[in-house]
Design a binder for this molecule. Structure first.
Ligand SMILES: CSC[C@H]1O[C@H](OP(=O)(O)O)[C@H](O)[C@@H]1O
Ligand SMILES: Nc1ncnc2[nH]cnc12
Length: 293
């Protein structure tokens, strides 16, 4: 059964390592069948809405994007009862119309990463989820309305291309991605959004533009110091956005219009007789609803 009580999961990216507005804060260490998440989960409430926060790059930003344990992060949040997942990320921009400080509520992704664990489903339990519309339209719309209400510059829709990093792109790559029509670039939304889908979690992303990548020669190349400066200048906006979205979404939820909460009903191909007990054991949280039907 789809849960009615809402628990908002927030994954904080570069520069977002805590939520100051959280009340009744509890830090919880979690272990998952996929290993340890990036950090302890921080549970709390804002205006009677339950939230669970996770710092994607861990305490002190010690985990680089290509070594984040994305499976453990999504499993841990699912295990903690999260029903709606919002990612906050820093990103580069390919468009003059998306300048630094703009929050891009991306709704499509291009995955250029390799060597990352991208699925919960392995030998003994095979499933193919749809990534046609990877973002929950209701969460994305709520992000847009919250940004607008707070006068945070925002743009709804757009394609986020995810590279492995940790190096920024070469100018040739940057020009290529721009020519593909990508809007923004980052290093973390993949496989995060894929795994959220496999875990039947509605997902949306607010990607804060911090730079123009390097296609825009008049701006020079990307540097971490400049990225951090932009994040610092817009950090209050991220904090206000989290508070506003919690109040807007409220403590009770209705199912996502995307139907993601029942995604596995259409995706699993391995019949019960061919499923391995080892695979099933690891899927107790991620595929719990499906397996208990
Ligand atoms: C500090 S610049 C590069 C770094 O920032 C972004 O991280 P996140 O998405 O977690 O905010 C980008 O993806 C890179 O990991
Ligand atoms: N230009 C860029 N490329 C990849 N990840 C980023 N994160 C912030 N800016 C970025």
């Amino acid at each position: 059964m789809v849960q009615n009580k809402r628990v908002i999961g927030i994954i904080g990216g570069s520069g977002i390592y805590a939520i100051e507005a959280l009340d009744a804060v509890q830090r919880v260490e979690v272990e998952t069948p996929w290993g340890k998440p990036s950090d302890s989960l921080v549970k709390g409430t804002i205006a009677d809405v339950d939230l669970v926060f996770l710092a994607r790059h861990g305490n002190g930003h010690a985990i680089p994007p290509h070594q984040v344990n994305y499976r453990a992060n999504i499993d841990a949040l699912k295990r903690a009862g999260v029903t709606d997942l919002i990612s906050l990320s820093a990103c580069g921009s390919f468009k003059e119309a998306l300048p630094p400080g703009m929050f891009v509520i991306a709704d499509q992704f291009i995955d250029r990463t390799g060597g990352r664990e991208k699925s919960f489903f392995e030998s003994g339990f095979v499933a193919h989820v749809s990534m046609a519309d990877p973002v929950c339209p209701a969460l994305a719309e709520a992000l847009e309305i919250s940004c607008s209400e707070l006068s945070i510059p925002n743009s709804h829709g757009g394609t986020y291309i995810c590279i492995d990093g940790p190096q920024f792109s070469s100018r040739a790559e940057s020009n290529l991605y721009k020519s593909w029509g990508c809007d923004v670039i980052g290093m973390t939304a993949m496989p995060e959004a894929k795994l959220a889908r496999e875990a039947e979690l509605p997902y949306a992303i607010a990607a804060m533009v911090t730079d123009y990548d390097c296609w825009n020669e008049s701006e020079g190349a990307v540097e971490v110091a400049k990225v951090l400066e932009t994040i610092k200048a817009n950090k209050d906006n991220a904090a206000k956005l989290i508070e506003n979205i919690a109040v807007r979404l409220g403590p009770e939820r209705t199912p996502s219009p995307s139907g993601v909460e029942k995604m596995l009903d259409m995706a699993v191909i391995t019949p019960p007789s061919a499923r391995s007990s080892a695979a099933l054991k690891k899927l107790d949280a991620v595929a719990g609803r499906f397996l208990k039907r």
